[in-house]
Design a protein around this ligand. Structure first.
Ligand SMILES: [Zn+2]
Ligand SMILES: [Zn+2]
Length: 453
């Protein structure tokens, strides 16, 4: 007897083969099973999305190819994972195969059944060894502040997504850690997903989770891992061994069969949005994922929530807990806003700023100046004919770099030497417009050397 699995394979986003493809199998395959199938001239990894006992009417049974192999040692991907993939593909208008296969670790796509079995055995052995070697070193749990206690109490009974609106240094991470610890204590198999922006996945943060929950229970998932490490983390999560997964944007797609809690730290951070391949917001998918999995809660943390998150909380779709105070009464730095409209024309550095920098320099201290313009000036312009240094390939201007006398487009990389005269009218007096970091550096150095005789 033959079975007719529908298999999700990686297909280009807008090709006509966006749906699952029918194959033939001599055995019944569970939904979510991984298989290797022929696709054109290639042999590729696929995910079983359904398995019929009869060939679909629209398909010519004699032309259907058999699957190459069933990766039967691996438990199938769960229904909630497949649901997340289906939702993502539909909502962000990509093919199911593109989203599904991009969500799996690259190394998984290369393995045949024998290699996978070997990999699973090794994973099991490493796990046994790790369990013997590392007893979770219990970190000292600091005493919670009244605000943290209020948030923890509220979160424990919240039935909606939680917005933890906590100032920088108010101890949001400690709240995550304690909610996570409680969740693990309440459910013997529970898994927790902690999402952080790319830049925030620091060794210090990892160390805090490792210290609290033990190396054996925590895995991380981010682009800095080798393909082999990524596969190992992914397998640990999929097999239910990893209780806490700490990861960046892509970790929202991790297979977590016992997911009970999702934390999205710095939920406003733009790095949660994928800007290449399938576009998606990991924060929004985290909300969907928690919503569609029964019993799963979600906490969004931020000192500066995204407007849409704030609005959802105002509307009562999310519940908000406030932690405005800093731990240990640490004071915020004093900020001063200088209105440049009220400064004399052509002012680059306002007098109070320049005085403050000079004072720091006199004390042998350092200052950090930030400016979001590269090069010496963002545009060169000819006063005689209105020529501007625009890029022939883009709609952007080419930036003037004084150091190597180049005009560079920072969109397409087009670089030329600075012309000696206006390329349009021959005027030799070309002006810079605006200022970049090179010019600022020159100016500050000049002012400081003038200030110190
Ligand atoms: Zn000109
Ligand atoms: Zn360009």
């Amino acid at each position: 007897m033959s079975f007719w699995p529908a298999v999700i394979v990686a297909t280009p986003a807008h090709s006509n083969v966006g749906h699952a493809l029918t194959y033939r199998s001599e055995q019944a395959l569970p939904v979510g099973a991984l298989v290797r199938v022929p696709l054109g001239k290639r042999d590729t990894l696929g995910i079983v999305s359904a398995c019929d006992t009869e060939c679909p009417a629209a398909v010519n049974a004699t032309a259907v190819k058999p699957i190459t192999a069933h990766l039967g040692d691996m438990p199938p991907l769960g229904p909630d994972w497949l649901d997340l993939i289906r939702f993502t593909a539909k909502y962000y208008q990509r093919s199911l195969g593109e989203v599904a296969l991009a969500a799996l670790p690259p190394d998984l796509k290369k393995l045949d059944p024998t290699q996978l079995t070997r990999r699973l055995t090794r994973n099991g052995k490493q796990r046994a060894k790790a369990r013997v070697a590392s007893e979770p070193s219990k970190e000292n749990v600091p005493e919670a502040s009244p605000e943290q206690i209020a948030a923890l109490t509220g979160i424990a009974t919240a039935t909606k997504p939680v917005l933890l609106f906590g100032a920088t240094g108010s101890g949001k991470t400690e709240v995550y850690l304690q909610v996570a610890a409680q969740c693990l204590a309440d459910h013997p198999q529970a898994q927790i997903l902690v999402l952080v922006p790319e830049i925030n996945l620091t060794p210090q943060l990892e160390a805090r989770f490792f210290a609290r929950f033990g190396d054996e229970q925590v895995v991380s998932m981010h682009s800095g891992l080798t393909p082999a490490q990524r596969l190992q983390s992914w397998l640990s999560a999929h097999l239910g061994h990893a209780r806490v997964v700490l990861g960046t944007r892509m970790a929202v797609f991790a297979s977590l069969p016992h997911l009970q809690l999702i934390v999205v730290d710095e939920e406003h951070d733009p790095s949660y949005k994928s800007q290449e391949g399938a576009r998606y917001s990991a924060r929004d998918l985290a909300i969907y994922r928690a919503h569609s999995k029964s019993g799963c809660r979600v906490i969004l943390g931020s000192a500066t929530p995204a407007l849409e998150t704030w609005y959802a909380a105002e509307q009562g779709r999310y519940v908000r807990f406030n932690m405005p105070s800093r731990m240990g009464g640490a004071a915020l730095p004093t900020l001063r806003l200088v209105d440049m409209q009220r400064q004399p024309k052509q002012t680059v550095l306002a007098a109070p700023l320049m005085e403050a920098i000079a004072e720091r320099a006199q004390n042998g201290e350092q200052s950090l100046l930030l400016l979001n313009r590269r090069g010496y000036a963002p545009v060169l312009s000819c006063g005689a004919c209105q020529w501007k240094s625009d890029c022939p390939n883009c709609s952007a201007f080419r930036v003037f770099h004084k150091r190597d006398r180049s005009l560079r487009c920072h969109h397409c990389g087009f670089t030329e030497r600075v012309p000696h005269a206006c390329p349009s009218c021959g005027n030799v007096d070309i002006q810079t417009v605006g200022r970049g970091t090179e010019q600022l550096e020159e100016l500050v150095a000049d002012r400081l050397s003038a200030a110190t005789p």
